[in-house]
Design a protein around this ligand. Structure first.
Ligand code: HEC
Length: 112
């Protein structure tokens, strides 16, 4: 048991080291996607395709010129959204901390 969890930890550390060898932008991208998958965002969103919710790269493109885009999206992600992209609303994502929502909002904005 002990050695097994040790191996997993070593693997995680190695992965972290491999990631941090990349550019900061690449790290943020990997962390954003991992969080989005873990928080269920990807059951309604894809980066490139719209299905339940809009494609996240369309969201990034829509708000690319907006100065308060990160704050705006942070609140939309936390509180949910209605009527911006179509008839289907996004429920509030109450499981998120404000920090997680901010991380997700900044990640979404990198996807254009
Ligand atoms: C149950 C399905 C569902 C889940 C789960 C979901 N979304 Fe959404 N999301 C939607 C729909 C539908 C819309 C479009 C709402 C609208 O038209 O206002 C949307 C819109 C958005 C927008 C654009 C908001 C705007 O004002 O333009 C962002 C950003 C977003 N979602 C991110 C996320 C993130 C991050 C998560 C995970 C924490 C998430 N979504 C989870 C369905 C979902």
């Amino acid at each position: 048991m002990r050695s097994k969890s040790h191996t997993a930890l070593a693997a995680a550390v190695a992965l972290g080291a491999a990631l941090s060898a990349g550019s900061p932008a690449a790290n943020a991208e990997a962390a954003g996607l991992a969080l989005a998958q873990q928080q269920n965002c990807m059951s309604c969103h894809s980066v490139t395709r719209s299905f339940m919710g809009p494609a996240l790269h369309d969201v990034a493109a829509k708000y690319a010129g907006r100065e308060d885009a990160a704050t705006y999206l942070q609140h939309k992600i936390l509180d949910g959204s209605t009527g911006v992209w179509g008839p289907v609303p996004m429920p509030a994502n109450t499981q998120l901390t404000p920090d997680q929502a901010a991380t997700l909002a900044s990640w979404v904005l990198t996807l254009k």
